[in-house]
Design a protein around this ligand. Structure first.
Ligand code: ATP
Length: 297
């Protein structure tokens, strides 16, 4: 096998709370995260060199790219004297709070594991991923999870009930470190009840999940369009709406496909990047050989 193709899903935060500061200065978080069917496509080819291309994307392909970091961490850990040509077709908006960079790192790790038959366990991959970015372990696990600490304490939950999610990415992205710096200055009046949301997920209660929606970074993110986007989503019939991660993407949750489709159409009148997605199970995954040659998803 000389080539593998990986699909790596984006995530949304159904809830994000900042519950304190850790001794190392990082924020102690309590979150409910959900992967959705908006995917990065990652193609890896065996090579003696290490190269990365991101066709059509402005994200730099240098040594700070999470995909390059993941490949270097993999080869360092396994001791393999090999390389890889990586091609990433980015679909997930950048600086959105949807963990596109983390999805890329997770995709490279699972892809290299398969390409070189390295047989690293999920916990080894998660340990490598945690060294690259806080959201990478979740990007490997995927599905519906309660995530705490700095993203390192992950508890898998049952899949959330079926629903439709309309995600709107405004024209300006948000820098995660800057959002946390502003949180330290301003604090938040929003503190979602993650415990209640976990109970609602376990009970399959979509209304209860929505009642516990919220993001402690929303007020301080600096994403000026959030209230307006939320208003449009709410007017279009969203059961709840919120910013995801440290922003800037905002999403609404719908219990009917038709309502979600008309919300997407309404938001499209004002915003270029609008996505209608659904929750998905699992994290970054290698496609079986049968599908590798087939077209885009
Ligand atoms: P998170 O929810 O994990 O904070 P995000 O959506 O806010 O994710 P990303 O889009 O994943 O943020 O990454 C933001 C920054 O990281 C960008 O400024 C970009 O230059 C840098 N970066 C490095 N590697 C990547 C990558 N593979 N894809 C996207 N951004 C990357």
């Amino acid at each position: 096998m000389n080539t593998v193709k990986v699909l790596a899903p984006a995530k949304l935060n159904l809830a994000l709370d900042v519950v304190g500061l850790l001794p190392n200065g990082y924020h102690d978080l309590d979150m409910i995260m959900q992967t959705v069917d908006l995917y990065e496509t990652i193609i890896l080819r065996k090579s003696q060199e290490l190269t990365l291309t991101l066709p059509g994307s402005r994200v730099p392909a240098g040594e700070n790219n999470t995909a390059t970091k993941a490949a270097l961490a993999f080869f360092h850990y396994t001791g393999l004297l090999a390389g890889v040509n990586m091609e990433i077709r980015k679909t997930v908006p950048v600086r959105a709070g949807m963990a596109g960079g983390s999805a890329d790192a997770a995709g490279v790790l699972v892809g290299l594991n398969a390409l070189y038959d390295a047989r690293l366990s999920m916990s080894e991959l998660c340990a490598l991923g945690a060294g690259i970015g806080a959201d990478v372990p979740f990007a490997l696990m995927g599905g519906t999870c309660r995530v705490r600490g700095v993203g390192d304490l992950i508890k898998a939950l049952p899949p959330m009930p079926d629903c439709w999610l309309v995600v709107v990415m405004p024209s300006f992205g948000i820098s995660t470190p800057e959002a946390f710096a502003r949180y330290d200055q301003l604090g938040s009046t929003i503190h979602p009840d993650c415990e209640a949301q976990e109970r609602a997920i376990r009970a399959g209660d979509l209304g209860g999940i929505c009642a516990a929606f919220g993001n402690a970074l929303e007020e301080c993110s600096g994403a000026v369009e959030t209230p307006h986007i939320r208003q449009l989503l709410d007017e279009a019939g969203a059961l709840a709406s919120s910013m995801t991660g440290s922003g800037a993407a905002v999403f609404g949750i719908f219990d009917q496909e038709e309502k979600a489709a008309s919300a997407r159409a309404a938001l499209k009148l004002e915003y270029r990047q609008v996505y209608l997605v659904r929750p998905c199970k699992g994290g970054a995954r290698v496609l079986p050989p049968l599908y590798r040659g087939k077209g885009k998803r």
